[in-house]
Design a protein around this ligand. Sequence first.
Ligand code: SF4
Length: 310
Amino acid sequence: MHYTGTIWRPPYEADSLLLEVTAGCTHHKCKFCTLYSDLPFKFRMTSMEDIERDLLEVRTLRTNPYSRMLTRLQGEDPDPIRRVFLTGANPFVLKTGKLLKIASLIHQYLPSVESIGCFARVTDSVNKTDEELLQLRQAGYNGLTIGVETGDDVALAFMRKGYTSLDILAQCRRLEQAGIEYGFFYLTSISGKGRGEDGAKASAEIFNQLHPFLVGPNMLTIYPESDLYQEIQNGNWEEEGEIEKYRELRSLVENLDISTYFAAMGASNAFQLRGKLPEDKEKLLATLDRIISEVIEEELRRYRRNLRHL
Ligand code: SF4
């Protein structure tokens, strides 16, 4: 299999086959982001030949009698592959024709696949017609993970995310119309010191008008190679305190009134929080209140300082 640089995937895609169709990010401008800084280029699409070679390799490993015997001897009998996760920050930006071709290769080599997911930017659907989105849904694209980060327009502009809260509404409604489900990654602390709770309220106001299957907060961790680090050095931006970040999360949970899954997963969250909304709202709020009143700021700071990478 071809893999280039660090491969990022959501925790809930752990059982999906990771297929490299792109590497890097077409945007590559968000001030806090260092996710693809290990790549010597900004964005690259994998050739169809390499994608096909990888799919052939997977099929061979799954179906060839010798490999099957070996996996059985090792005590494994893997389930059929039901889901493929395309790698890269925003493979959904690829032209519809290319995405359809990739889907057709996936179904040809791995007929057991039922759905295809990937990370997507809010702007990836802008150049696709409603009809194209429908075709993509029919080809199996579903369950996109969109790093919207926030609905706070001041933060979106400062961090150079490249879209506004109104764009989130417009593009996600188009996905919904096409039947493409999506989950949101939220970035706790993106609004900066003293603005976190307001940022969370603005985000909840936007999210409440949509139907994401997930709101998954990550916590901002600032690395020296990011542009944001430079902004802090220049006195243009201040990070929230660690307890303040949990107050922001509390405000987000409190103000969300849609039915969704709330899950703070991954290493950036010192405390992993999961629950269904609205059913588990009170439980989540009680846990956040305990963290806010009992956990020491310096302990959380130490945790973040020791995060080598997300
Ligand atoms: S869109 Fe995502 S991957 Fe690309 S620069 Fe922004 S945060 Fe990083």
